[in-house]
Design a protein around this ligand. Structure first.
Ligand code: C2E
Ligand code: MG
Ligand code: MG
Length: 572
């Protein structure tokens, strides 16, 4: 209609209109008007296409918008899932690698947050447990001191540092409690443990921060001192350690003083000492200190090494000697001074060495004590001496009152089952209990009087007799002496030897004889070598004696001769 209006006034209007209409493409549509007429509408296709284009554009735009929104939502969601997840993965990877420090990030998603917390808890627990395992691996469980492994590691580092600095050296102190075995055997392991814990506490205050006190095992402690500039510093620590032990330990109702022996070794700067060398040197020095009588320290020197080596050889040989039956029991008669007749014998061990000949006990008993070999050795001597005495009795070589004395070492005495052991020997050999005298040195009794009295009472209750050996050397107090459940006092031979020469010794012997009679004890004088000594002892009222003047200790084969002849061993 619009086009019709536009071109109807022009002369060539119809022509132009046709041209124009040619340009349009029409979309015809017919609609019924209801009154029989019909309406034909021609809609230009361009208009229709335009409308369709707009519709498509709107659809595309809204789709793009939707996609954008969706993308944004996905990105936000992905961030809050993947980040905590990857953080959890990182923590677990670290745990696998042995690093427990990293923690998972918190998450807004509840499940992820819980997973992260669980992983964190696990990491924390693992960290604590690994730390505790690490501590256990390098510390002694009883005292909580560094153990041998940690000490060795620190020693290695200290030696390396010392070598770099050149002038400073490292000191190593090997400390061993003297006679600790006795504490364990007599008071039990719980008390022994308490003593070790307290000793560890006392030791820890003896060193500077940075030094190490370690428990090496049993009653052995090792002190590692760093940055020393003179040997005196190590010696002063040794003195401090000794001082710390002067205060008695309170163990239940017992109060006990324990001493220690210390071996000191020093590194030589720039010499590249190995940890094991220094440890060995300190150990060698410790043995030297023990050998010197305990309760002292010794500084390592090269000569000690060969002595330690010899001792080691001796220990091995002694083990072999026991196994190969190279030990012998010798018998020294005890003499009644009034008649000169033998009242019995003391069993004294000898070692028939295949190359060295007869070795005396002073050479090997201390080693046997140290190593514990004294227990099988001493028990064998007791068994053999009782068996032999019973045999002589059965052969009517001795009358049934003859007594056999057997020496008992500290270690034997403090064995839990010592009384049972004695009982077993008596029943195996058939010897009367009253014929057996167990000799216990005075110093062993004095080490722990109450425990010694308990075991002595137990033995006496079995009918066995007890002699206090080497009396006069163990600082007995009169109070104890009065209460000691003993039958004999054996006056130490050092006093007998000094009689007539040292005024003091004569007085001591005289006083001891009187005292022991007053206490109802029998006295035996040890080490009588001369007639003068015998005469003096008789005058003093001593009834029995033992010594080279009468007879040296003899092998069992020579005893029947003495017994058969019934000869007095020495006439007045
Ligand atoms: P002891 O028990 O005091 O034994 C006495 C020691 O004095 C013996 O030394 C004996 O030979 C020696 N003797 C005896 N009369 C004289 C004398 O007139 N002059 C001198 N100079 N010495 C004399 P032995 O046999 O060398 O034993 C030394 C120590 O070894 C013993 O001292 C004892 O403590 C220990 N012993 C010996 N045998 C054993 C044993 O079987 N077990 C244990 N635990 N110790 C033993
Ligand atoms: Mg003896
Ligand atoms: Mg003696």
């Amino acid at each position: 209609m619009r086009l019709l209006g536009e071109y109807k006034s022009e002369p060539e209007g119809a022509e132009k209109l046709y041209q124009k209409l040619d340009y349009f493409e029409f979309y015809p549509t017919v609609k019924s008007l209801g009154n029989g007429g019909e309406l034909l509408a021609l809609v230009p296709q361009r208009d229709l296409k335009q409308a369709a284009w707009w519709r498509d554009l709107t659809l595309l735009a809204s789709s793009l918008l939707l996609l954008g929104v969706l993308l944004a939502v996905v990105t936000v969601l992905t961030r809050s899932i993947t980040r905590p997840l990857s953080s959890i993965v990182a923590v677990t990877t670290d745990i696998v690698r042995g690093d427990y420090a990293r923690r998972a990030e918190p998450s807004k998603i509840r499940e992820l947050n819980e997973l992260g917390s669980a992983v964190n808890h696990l990491a924390r627990q693992l960290k604590e447990q690994i730390a505790s395992l690490h501590h256990q691996a390098f510390h002694d469980p009883l005292t909580d001191l560094p153990n041998r492994a940690l000490l060795t590691e620190r020693l290695k580092q200290a030696l390396a540092r010392g070598d770099r600095r050149g002038s400073e050296f490292v000191g190593l102190l090997f400390v061993d409690l003297d006679n600790f075995k006795i504490v364990n055997d007599s008071l039990g392991h719980d008390m022994g443990d308490r003593m070790l814990v307290e000793a560890a506490e006392r030791f820890s205050v003896c060193v500077r921060p940075g030094d190490t006190v370690a428990r090496f095992g049993g009653d052995e402690f090792v002190f590692l001192l760093e940055n020393l500039v003179e040997a005196g510093q190590a010696v002063r620590v040794a003195e401090r350690i000794t001082q710390e032990l002067q205060e008695p330990f309170t163990l239940g109702e017992h109060r006990m003083v324990v001493t220690c022996s210390i071996g000191i070794a020093l590194s030589i700067p720039a010499q590249k000492d190995l940890p094991e060398d220094l440890l060995r040197n300190a150990d060698v020095a410790l043995y030297e200190a023990k050998d010197g009588g305990k309760n002292q320290y010794a500084l390592y020197n090269a000569g000690m090494y060969s002595r330690a080596w010899e001792r080691l050889l001796l220990e091995n040989e002694l083990r072999k000697a026991i196994a190969e039956e190279q030990l012998r029991v010798y018998y020294q008669p005890k003499v009644r001074l009034a008649t000169g007749e033998s009242t019995g014998f003391e069993a004294l061990v000898r070692w028939e060495h295949p190359e060295r000949g007869l070795v005396l006990p002073d050479e090997f008993i201390p080693i046997a004590e140290e190593t514990g070999l004294i227990v099988p050795l001493g028990n064998w001597v007791m068994q053999e001496a009782c068996r032999q005495t019973a045999e002589w009795r059965d052969e009517h070589l001795i009358d049934s009152a003859i007594e056999i004395s057997v020496n008992v070492s500290a270690r034997q005495l403090w064995q839990k089952n010592f009384a049972n052991e004695v009982c077993q020997v008596l029943s195996d050999t058939g010897l009367e209990p009253a014929c057996l005298i167990l000799e216990i040195t005075e110093s062993v009794v004095m080490d722990d009087v109450s425990s010694a009295m308990a075991i002595m009472q137990e033995l006496r209750a079995m009918g066995v007799q007890i002699a206090i050996d080497d009396f006069g050397t163990g600082y007995s107090s009169l109070t104890y002496l009065k209460r000691l459940p003993a039958d004999y006092l054996k006056i130490d031979r050092s006093f007998i030897g000094g009689m007539g020469e040292e005024f003091g010794d004569t007085s001591i012997v005289e006083a001891t004889i009187r005292l022991s009679h007053a206490l109802g004890l029998k006295t035996i004088a040890e080490g009588v070598e001369t007639r003068e000594q015998l005469v003096r002892l008789r005058k003093m009222g001593c009834k029995m004696a033992q010594g080279f003047y009468f007879s040296k200790p003899l092998p069992n084969t020579e005893i029947p001769q003495i017994l058969k002849n019934h000869l007095p061993l020495a006439r007045s």
